[in-house]
Design a protein around this ligand. Structure first.
Ligand SMILES: Nc1ncnc2c1ncn2[C@@H]1O[C@H](COP(=O)(O)OP(=O)(O)OP(=O)(O)O)[C@@H](O)[C@H]1O
Ligand SMILES: N[C@@H](CCO)C(=O)O
Length: 359
């Protein structure tokens, strides 16, 4: 009997922060990274070319097709998987592993491409290594790699979520890979020294899934340039005034419930999506940001509920109930005045998050 296996992993894009919820709020969005995975020992020759037995390919229409690395210890998806496998005593992929990636999520635009890649990598290891982890346990591994829980939790769990990292003990903090400021800078677990990387602590991330008012849809206006999350965090200050913190906390408290109520109230939501913690500082990286956020309002554009920077930018997220084209075209036109071209997409929340299907 053949021991061939094949399955598909699907992980949604996400938008983090939603204005005041910096590093806290996220929404899974209906744009999916998929991995078609097969393990067939009869095809071991193909995968033997990779040091860890994994032949990676990308659909030509994928974002990043021309430049994402295809070596398994360099590609973010497979190096994440290798890290999880090695934590669990498995050094490499089984002979004959093939991973075909289809990625419609633009890279470095604030739509959670790295979060989706990390989630898919952890799930890949869980399936390949038959590790039997729950989504909650897989989140721990994801959070060892990408530290802010907002995109990761939305991608894994789906829907509209609030999340935080639990306080780590002194012993846990000593481990040099926690907290990582950004995505793993080095290949998984470093070079393959044969050492087992330290395992992820339990229950690093805590979350709650909110309801979502079904009339609200998500417009993503995506400029044609990248801002890396590292760069976009680099412009933030190290400390904030109590006034600015209270400004965000007050809005956050109202926003999470306002987005669940039907009919949604633009007079409550629009001001509740304002922020003083990250957006004002990121305007230096995103020409036109301040003007766009201030001038496209429910009064100028009926149907609009609220507007914010998506994740670390440069994508703008507009929440609306109707008039999607007019809202998107206005923002596209405003970016155009800055010499920036954009595309836009009308998306729904991805309520289920990551899924695995046997194929
Ligand atoms: N499908 C993928 N395959 C391989 N590498 C990927 C993939 N998706 C993302 N990456 C890596 O992640 C990088 C983008 O991560 P970054 O955190 O800067 O932006 P983002 O996740 O798109 O935005 P944000 O975190 O603000 O939502 C890419 O440049 C690439 O190195
Ligand atoms: N909360 C994060 C999301 C990007 O990963 C940020 O805004 O930097």
């Amino acid at each position: 009997m053949s021991s061939r296996r094949s399955f598909r992993i699907s992980v949604p894009a996400s938008s983090a922060n939603i204005g005041p919820g910096f590093d806290v709020l996220g929404i899974g969005l209906s744009l999916y990274l998929t991995l078609d995975v097969s393990v067939d020992p009869k095809h071991s020759k193909d995968s033997d070319e990779d040091p860890n037995n994994c032949l990676i390919s990308y659909e030509p229409s994928s974002q990043g097709f021309s430049h994402v690395p295809l070596r398994s210890d360099e590609n973010l998806i497979t190096r994440t998987a290798l890290y999880v496998l090695r934590c669990n005593g498995i050094r490499s992929f089984p002979s004959g592993t093939k991973v075909h990636v289809n990625n419609p999520i633009p890279l470095g635009r604030g739509l959670g491409s790295s979060g989706a890649a990390v989630v898919s990598g952890v799930v890949l290891a869980n399936e390949i290594g038959k590790l039997g982890f729950s989504k909650q346990r897989m989140l721990d591994y994801c959070l060892m790699i990408e530290r802010h829980p907002d995109n990761i939790t939305a991608a894994m769990m789906g829907g509209f979520v609030g999340s935080y990292l639990r306080e780590l003990s002194a012993a846990e903090m000593e481990r040099k890979e926690i907290p990582l400021s950004e995505v793993l800078p080095e290949p998984a677990g470093g070079a393959d020294t044969g050492l087992v990387p330290p395992d992820a602590p339990m229950d690093i991330g805590r979350h709650i899934k909110y309801d979502w008012c079904k009339e609200i849809r998500c417009i993503a206006i995506i400029p044609d340039f990248e801002v890396s999350t590292a760069e976009s965090r680099g412009v933030l200050p190290g400390a904030y005034t109590a006034k600015d913190l209270v400004f965000n906390l007050q809005r956050l408290a109202v926003l999470t419930t306002a987005l669940t109520r039907s009919p949604p109230n633009p007079e409550l939501i629009y001001p509740a999506m304002q922020d003083r913690i990250h957006q004002p500082y990121r305007k230096t990286l995103i020409p036109g940001l301040t003007e766009i956020l201030a001038s496209v309002t429910p009064k100028t554009h009926p149907g609009l509920l609220g507007i914010c920077l998506s994740g670390a930018g440069p994508t703008i997220l507009a929440l609306a109930t109707h008039n999607f084209d007019l809202i998107a075209e206005e923002i596209v036109a405003r970016f155009s005045k800055e010499g920036i071209t954009c595309s836009w997409k009308l998306l729904e929340p991805a309520y289920d998050g990551m899924t695995v299907t046997q194929t």
